[in-house]
Every structure is written in structure tokens, then in C-alpha cells.
Ligand binder design. Sequence first.
Ligand code: ADP
Ligand code: SF4
Ligand code: MG
Length: 328
Amino acid sequence: MTAPLLEVRGLTTAFRTEEGEIRAVDGVSFAITSGKILGLVGESGCGKSMTALSIMRLVPPPGRIVSGQVLFRGRDLLTMGEADIRSLRGDRISMVFQEPMSALNPVFSIGDQVAEVLRVHRGLDGKEAMGEAERLLERVGIPDPARRISDYPHQMSGGMQQRALIAMAVACEPEVLLADEPTTALDVTVQAQILRLVEALISEGERGALLITHDLGVVAEVADAVCVMYAGSVVEAAPVQDLFDDPGHPYTIGLIQSLPTPGRRSFHAIPGNVPDLADLPAGCRFHPRCPRAQKICSEREPDLDGTAGRLVRCFYPGREHAAMKRMI
Ligand SMILES: Nc1ncnc2c1ncn2[C@@H]1O[C@H](COP(=O)(O)OP(=O)(O)O)[C@@H](O)[C@H]1O
Ligand code: SF4
Ligand SMILES: [Mg+2]
């Protein structure tokens, strides 16, 4: 097996709040390998964006990375000097931020911003860079790119800004692309176009991507492997086909069952709400919502356990326990 491009080990990121310290990311581990897309899924607030921002060392204050390692080709991004991490960001590792406006510069046109990346990171001259920027804007589904290239971010809709940001993130041909909900604001056709672009990017050279989404449907379409997060921690990790064919964690089963299916009018939502990170339930964090919960589930937290790339954080995982009382 080839070494991972990027390996996250025991990453923990905390915020100090009035209610005490909360762990937005709590001991998260996964690996991004060459030629593969790893999907990171979970409901809003479970720590997906903070995981990506921690990898980039861009956690906004008062958040801070408490512990863990992020190994990029064997070097720990969390302990390297500020100048070193800066030189990797937006070059060998790039990120599509969930909030496009926070990542675009309001005083430069979209074309200038994409062309700048091409000049700095791919050494194109001014004219070549503009030509390539126009082609990239077309590839991310911006209509009439020859005209839109001189638009400023405030002249564009949220969806157009997001596409421009994706163009910038792929322009530097990063080895690792972290894409945080890159297609959420986009319609289905453009969404498919963006996902194909991410696939094309990682199919060349030694590249890999982390695709963050709350939408398991997006994961099903392009991811090779999946990590499911719940309340700051990973509850299941598996190759994509295994996850859909034979989900192990009751939360994953709930997510799959809440996917809209053609011909089925009402789909099942997981009952209850995600817990408040400042007031986590004892034992398994999912137990108040879990139809399989037993006494032990509120007393002890299960480990992330398993074999051969399939990991589940549950005392009663998979089909063998599916017949338990009140089973989903
Ligand atoms: N500025 C902040 N101050 C305090 N807590 C925060 C802040 N930003 C995020 N968090 C906490 O981090 C958790 C995870 O946030 P985030 O990673 O953005 O979730 P996701 O991307 O999965 O929707 C939130 O539920 C919240 O509790
Ligand atoms: S450990 Fe218990 S409560 Fe948690 S997911 Fe498994 S069965 Fe449900
Ligand atoms: Mg997010």
C-alpha cells in the first residue's frame, strides 16, 4: 500500500466558550491517499469545517488546536514554522472554503485572482494566465467567461463566487485539495460539473482530495472512501461501497435512510437533534437518538474499532445487531 499523502492523527481542536471548553474536533484520524477522494460527512455543526481549517492551521480564534498530528508527506503541518506552512497553503495544499466571500479578495476581479494563482504557482506569464483563467472559469460552469472574467466578487451571486473559488483552488494543481461543501449552493448540473473537475484533478499525478459535505448523495457519487462524523468525532470509516451496502453505525444507517429515494414520498429523518458540544451525553454521544441503545451505551464510550479499513464506533454495529429491539 502506498503511503498516504496526508494523514490526520488524533486531531483535537477546542473552543473556549462561556459554558467551558468544547471540542469541535475530538481525536479525529483519517488518511487521504493518492488518486482518491475521501468524503467527510455529518450533520451541520459536527466539526467538518473545523477539521479542514485545522489541517490548514487556519482555525479562527478563540479556537485552537489542542493535540494531534497532520502529516503531509511525512512532515507535521501542526509543528512546522509559519513560513513553511504558508508556502504550502494555496500551493501544494489548497482549500475551497465554505464561505466564498471570506476567501475572495473584494478589490480584484475574478480573472485577476485566478490568473494570479496561475502566475505564482504555475509560472504562466500574464497573457497565458488570463487565457487559462478563462478556460478554468468555463470548466467550473461560469457562463460567458470572457465577459465574467472582469467581474468583481460583489457583482457575482454566491453560487458564482463559489465556482470562482473552486477555479482558484484547482488552478495551482494542489497535491491535496480540501473542498468544504463546494457544491452546496449550486444546482445539480453545475454540481456534477464541479465533482467531475475534482475527479479530473486528482486523476493526474499524485493527488488526493477531502470532500466535505452534509449530503451523503454527493459522497455516493464521487468518494472512494468515507468518514462519518458525529458531534466532533469519527463514528464510521469505510470504503464507499461497503458503507452503503453494509453500514455499521446506527447513525450511518439513519443518514442513508434519510436520503431521498425516487418513488418514496416521505423519507425518514433521524429523530432528535445533534447534542450541544458543551453538554455531551455520557457514554456514546449518539445514544439519546439511537434505536439500538442499551445500558452500556450511556455508561461507556465505544472505541473506533474494526478491521481492513472498516471502522465503527459502536457496541452493537452492523447487521448482526439489526434485529435488536426497536431496530431501524
Ligand atoms: N467561533 C466559534 N466559537 C465557538 N464554537 C465554535 C466556533 N466556530 C465553531 N464552533 C463549534 O465548532 C463546532 C463545529 O463547527 P463546524 O466545523 O463549522 O461544523 P460543520 O462544518 O460540520 O457544520 C460547532 O458546532 C460549534 O460548536
Ligand atoms: S454504542 Fe450504543 S448508542 Fe452508540 S451507536 Fe452503538 S448501539 Fe447506538
Ligand atoms: Mg461547515
